[in-house]
Write a protein that binds this ligand. Structure first.
Ligand code: ATR
Length: 291
């Protein structure tokens, strides 16, 4: 595809942004479908965010992804924010449509697609344990409550952050999901894990070789599904799950599916998922095990 005067521009705003895989992923997808789009990387400093968002309009871009550290602040500069993103107070995708900027968040839906399609796990009526309270944990928790999940246990190293997430969930979610908070020091206490169907590591622990495993894997009931949002390597947690023959998934799928959902928002086309997945497969030593 040759760039020309009609080429549509999308991209990513973040700071720093050097490690983002999104440009490779999206440009390969555009090429595969023969779409006249280009995806560029924009290192946008926090003090320049407002100007950068205005530039989406002035440069007539189709939209952007938004990443750390702008996902929350960017809400201030949009014309409209969809329900899920507003509940989470976090936007990862902007669409420029009819002169308006609309914010979405595809992270949580990306997680669910991965869990359902690759993991063949339906969260409805199940009990989950989420460790972490950052952006990933927030997206996952809000996505899970939409599925009709029965209960979610939350824990985080910094208890205040878990409390804030819990309050936000309770405030926004009016369904039957039961939430509970476990003190981080008590996470391996007997009884807590007994009835868990789905365990999610939503922390960054596991990104580096030699990282500890935050949960005692001997406590997992048989058949617990173990999901680790870490995507750059096969984590120790996933190795423990594999040894115990538990169904498990690493975070590559979440990364791919959130990208396919952004792609759909901008192009109204179904993303070539196999193409995108192959790129990441080549990038990382992907872990995917069905026990
Ligand atoms: P993300 O957007 O990927 O979720 P984040 O918002 O920085 O990233 O959140 C990282 C999560 O990993 C947090 O829950 C963090 O715990 P704190 O809130 O206590 O910082 C968790 N985390 C990172 N390193 C950790 C460690 N060594 N032990 C336990 N939790 C850790």
């Amino acid at each position: 595809m040759r760039i020309n005067s009609k080429t549509k521009i999308v991209g990513i705003f973040g700071y720093p942004i050097v490690h983002s895989l999104s440009p490779v992923l999206h440009n390969a997808a555009f090429a595969k479908l023969g779409l006249d789009f280009v995806y560029l990387s924009f290192p946008v400093k926090p003090e320049d965010l407002e100007d950068a968002v205005k530039a989406i309009k002035s440069l007539n871009m189709v939209g952007v992804n938004v990443t750390i550290p702008h996902k929350r602040k960017v809400l201030d500069y949009l014309d409209e924010v969809d329900h899920q993103a507003r509940m989470m107070t976090s936007v990862n995708t902007i669409l420029h449509q009819d002169g308006r900027l609309i914010g979405y968040n595809t992270d949580g839906e990306g997680f669910l697609e991965s869990l359902r399609r690759e993991g063949e796990f339906d969260p409805q009526g199940k009990r989950a344990f989420v460790i972490g309270a950052g952006g990933a944990a927030c997206a996952i928790s809000f996505a899970l409550v939409k599925t009709g999940i029965k209960s979610i246990i939350l824990t985080n190293r910094t208890p205040e952050k878990a409390k804030i997430l819990l309050e936000r969930l309770k405030k926004n979610v009016k369904n039957q999901c039961k939430f509970s908070l476990v003190d981080f020091s008590q996470r391996n206490s007997p009884g807590i894990m007994d009835k868990v169907d789905l365990f999610i590591n939503a922390t960054s622990v596991g990104m580096h070789a030699g990282d500890s495993v935050l949960i005692n894997p001997d406590l997992f009931p048989s058949n617990t599904f173990v999901y680790d949002v870490v995507y750059n390597r096969k984590t120790e947690l996933l190795k423990e799950a594999e040894e115990r023959n538990l169904p498990s998934l690493g975070g590559v799928g979440m990364l791919v599916y959130q990208a396919t959902l952004s792609f759909k928002i901008w192009t109204s086309r179904k993303a070539p998922i196999d193409e995108m997945r192959n790129i990441l497969r080549a990038e990382f030593n992907e872990h995917k095990v069905k026990g």
